[in-house]
Design a protein around this ligand. Sequence first.
Ligand code: FMN
Length: 333
Amino acid sequence: MHFILITPQIRNKSVLMKSDCMQTTIYQERKKDPIEMFHSGQLVKVCAPMVRYSKLAFRTLVRKYSCDLCYTPMIVAADFVKSIKARDSEFTTNQGDCPLIVQFAANDARLLSDAARIVCPYANGIDINCGCPQRWAMAEGYGACLINKPELVRDMVKQVRNQVETPGFSVSIKIRIHDDLKRTVDLCRKAEATGVSWITVHGRTAEERHQPVHYDSIKIIKENMSIPVIANGDIRSLKEAENVWQITGTDGVMVARGLLANPAMFAGYEETPLKCIWDWVDIALELGTPYMCFHQHLMYMMEKITSRQEKRVFNALSSTSAIIDYLTDHYGI
Ligand SMILES: Cc1cc2nc3c(=O)[nH]c(=O)nc-3n(C[C@H](O)[C@H](O)[C@H](O)COP(=O)(O)O)c2cc1C
């Protein structure tokens, strides 16, 4: 099968993407199997898909601090399939970036399976975003509106399963819950019957923003499923992660904002250690992170450990060298 000229970016000198034979090699190097992790009985700690943020450099950082599984930011499958520019800008990976799930926004089974075929040599699986509540996404038929379209979800899962032959390649979904939980359980059961590998549940409805997360609903969903379930929402420390894991009976937890604020949280740190900040500088510069992204991550990480006055100065910095000087002056490494 030859589709390799449409290549996502692979940031690793030793991995070139020239032949079918190389595709096999790349996959065989992806040894860590998320499904096996879920069956280990240990808490599986997952970095959430985050548009603009859960990119290669950040994934590299959180993996250094006990994160077991990472998701890419949501990528619109239709753009990814149709545009080389979209592929080059949206998906970058390397050999250490494993296990990796590529999350897609999709509303068409054919386009999703085409996108899955493109990334399958470089990822452990794909995830369908059925949870994004943003208006633009819902208007396009992506994200949380899919929780009301179980047949479309089923078709998309089936098509990926039929088109991607790589053994062990996972197809998962990330959902929000319905007001009527029976509908969520029904959706999850249908997804399970179609061959979904696991389900991540953000325990809020599509309308809820800052309301408390319904961990009780996540627990009920888990009780009704045989496949792994990941709990998501408002987890800010390793202790909270362990607590949510216990009370929901799920197989893992997924964290977004908690990791932005403290990428070392899964390793048990209560706030971002200085070592982690310097690791970010090293990793981001080595992988060539755009300045805005480099700076924004530091603003998140330093939120808790800087005073208002320090933030004003730090947030106004406008070059990488100014940032390095600031960090050296204030944190003296
Ligand atoms: C900056 C940002 C970007 C996000 N992007 C995505 C995304 O691409 N796909 C997705 O399914 N959810 C996305 N989310 C939602 C998170 O994955 C997660 O479900 C939500 O933030 C709740 O988890 P938390 O309380 O740990 O932040 C995003 C959240 C944030 C804060």
